[in-house]
Design a binder for this molecule. Structure first.
Ligand code: 8YV
Length: 309
């Protein structure tokens, strides 16, 4: 049996249903009762950015062999517990890099050029009453990236094409790039106009964007988050935006998504997206195929495509 942790892709669901005894965890309101009945049948868990396999679920599944995530991020999986128990883990890297980087640039443009507000302006028939106000230029801005992995690098390359000066923070300086390295996020934020969160969520990177970083970014600074909500101290972010201590934000992820702080709904310098960075037909199909191929490889004793553990 394969346990799907939450609803994520109808294509993936159909394909898994053809191959395995697929159990839909979210359909069972009484998880205890469900586990009592089905736990011994489950050899695989399919999770995503919203639900994965925490220590409790892993402990409850004595026959669990593999957790295959429909995401690149692994923060919803207890990796240590998996290691300890010899449970394999896979994710969906690379195929979503372009989409996530594209959307990060889209957020920068949307915040600075007020694209969404402009659209509403035209659709409300306001244009006839006067021209839209002037906005801020994106090309040539300094862009600071937290995490220069696959996605961070793809954002850097795109921003470079817009004539932006790129700098980054990472645990250590990369030897294979000429982008300027800052050893702390505060220094990075002090020296850039647009700060982008593009690292993995781990205990070390939780709240990596805190009050100090927000203040360093400042009243003209823009925060872009295509990582995870808990990378940012959301209470601090909201109060900085409300007080005008931060220039603007483009957010695809939130601390308690799908809950989004309603105080932000009225701010035109803030763009709020419902975690859609990888959400294209093309990419979600590729992600689903990787999940399926990893499970097939595992059950046929072949090497996994994208092993993490
Ligand atoms: C997905 C993601 O939105 O890859 C990740 O880490 O956050 C996303 O691509 C999600 O897992 C799809 O359900």
């Amino acid at each position: 049996g394969v346990l799907m942790a939450c609803s994520m892709s109808s294509y993936l669901e159909q394909e898994l249903d053809k191959r395995y005894n697929l159990l839909h965890y979210w359909n069972f309101s009484d998880k205890k009762e469900f586990l009592n009945e089905y736990a011994h049948l489950i050899r695989a868990v399919v999770g995503n950015a919203a639900a994965g396999a925490d220590a409790e679920l892993i402990e409850a599944l004595p026959k669990l062999e593999i957790v295959s995530s429909f995401s690149v991020g692994l923060d919803k999986i207890d990796l240590n517990k998996c290691k300890e128990k010899g449970i394999r883990v896979t994710n969906t890297p690379d195929v979503l890099t372009d989409d996530v980087a594209d959307l990060a640039i889209g957020l920068m443009l949307a915040v600075l050029r007020r694209i969404c507000e402009c659209d509403r302006y035209v659709k409300k028939g306001l244009w006839k009453a006067g021209d839209f106000k002037l906005t801020s230029k994106f090309s040539g801005k300094t862009v600071g990236i937290i995490g220069l992995g696959r996605i961070g690098l793809a954002i850097a390359k795109r921003a470079e094409a817009f004539g932006c000066l790129i700098s980054y923070y990472a645990r250590s300086e990369k030897t294979d790039t000429t982008y300027k390295y800052y050893p702390t996020v505060v220094e990075l934020a002090t020296n850039c106009e647009i700060l982008v969160v593009a690292c993995a969520l781990t205990p070390e990177t939780r709240y990596i964007v805190n009050r100090e970083v927000i203040d360093a970014l400042g009243a003209k600074g823009i925060l872009i988050n295509i990582g995870r909500g808990p990378h940012v101290d959301e209470k601090e972010l909201v109060s900085a935006l409300l007080d005008g201590r931060l220039g603007g934000a483009g957010l695809d992820v939130f601390e308690n998504e799908p809950e989004v702080p309603e105080q932000l709904f009225g701010l035109e310098n803030v763009i709020l997206l419902p975690h859609v960075a990888s959400g294209t037909e093309e990419t979600r199909k590729e992600m689903a195929d990787i999940v399926i191929e990893n499970l097939e490889a595992h059950f046929q004793n072949k090497p996994l495509l994208t092993p993490v553990v």
